[in-house]
Design a protein. Structure first.
Lengths: 205, 205
């Protein structure tokens, strides 16, 4: 059985809960409260992830996979969620690297500080203008791409869509207005209509 | 023939020149000077990469792959540089996502502002302490991992090593002292001793 070290409110962790449900993969959860420092204890750093982050996927044999998008690729390998074709697979990865470099550091980080940090992230007030500008840049790149095609890569729903859905669908919590991005909003609705889709609050029973 | 839109001094672009040389893959170069805004012209944004970045790999049939690590995976697919085994492949990706999220935004960005920006990045002086702290965190994660094994993933030289070599080997240009990281320095020497290794300044003749 797979085990996921996760935090319920983390979009990066949500990617893996969603994918495992859609793939029919049973899993256990270990809750890690990053606000209480539980991903940075000496034990967690020594045994689970030296980089001090969740999610981490633990395989049945004990091997560990940090990095949400790497774990997504592991889960989806050999399924329709990760293309076999050489170019399509790389193009799927292209959007997953875009997500981690050009999207998450602004859209997820703004949400984190607004929703989870004390005083709505007042201590980071000087950083919000850059986060908002770069987050809107990322949404614009997605808008332009999705205005011409239904899915990010390979002409079908893949782990690239799961990766970018995770924080885009709660971008409003970071202060982003999705009204100027109609193609992104239509794509969010398509993702949410996929078989086996579950919301961020879902946990296996 | 492959074509690489690149900037010579960019570590992200170097990854692909190095991999293509090691794979015996001939390629053309198109120089893009990001300091002159050449990756953000209307034409570049419309035809090459809406995200306004290099590298972008163009295939012989015209298809385009932005994101250095996605293009690395395309190039290495089916070769020993990218493992076939499901876990080893995901573990290779794990280090490539680590590179783009936890390493490049600090170690490469500090180098960019110190070396390429006017006045050594004086306008970003308030950001350097965070970049240095987080960059050292990333080097510590690598140190701990490489103290116990010669390569980052799969027990052999892979695209994960290429991805992390690119900016680690010039970390000193960003102000990072590698003296406290002996395992990282030994790994840098192992990477540089691989067949077909070329320095960042190399271009195909």
């Amino acid at each position: 059985m797979l085990t996921l070290y996760h935090m319920q409110e983390s979009g990066n962790c949500y990617k893996l809960r969603l994918a495992m449900n859609q793939l029919g993969e049973p899993f256990d959860l270990v809750d890690i409260d990053i606000m209480k420092g539980e991903s940075r204890t000496p034990d967690f750093l020594a045994r689970i992830n030296a980089n001090g982050r969740v999610p981490v996927l633990r395989l049945a044999d004990g091997r560990l996979l940090p990095e949400s998008n790497a774990a997504l690729c592991y889960l989806a390998d050999g399924t329709p969620l990760l293309p076999d074709d050489r170019f399509e697979r790389a193009d799927t990865l292209r959007w997953m690297f875009f997500e981690q470099y050009s999207h998450e550091p602004y859209i997820a980080v703004a949400r984190f500080w607004r929703v989870f940090a004390p005083c709505g992230g007042a201590s980071k007030a000087d950083r919000f203008p850059e986060w908002m500008e770069r987050g809107r840049d990322a949404l614009s790149v997605m808008e332009r791409h999705l205005a011409e095609r239904p899915w990010l890569a390979a002409g079908r729903y893949t782990v690239a869509d799961i990766a970018l859905y995770a924080y885009t669908h709660v971008a409003d919590e970071g202060g982003f207005d999705l009204a100027p991005y109609p193609a992104v909003r239509a794509w969010l609705a398509r993702v949410a209509a996929q078989p086996g889709h579950v919301p961020m609050s879902w946990r296996p029973s």
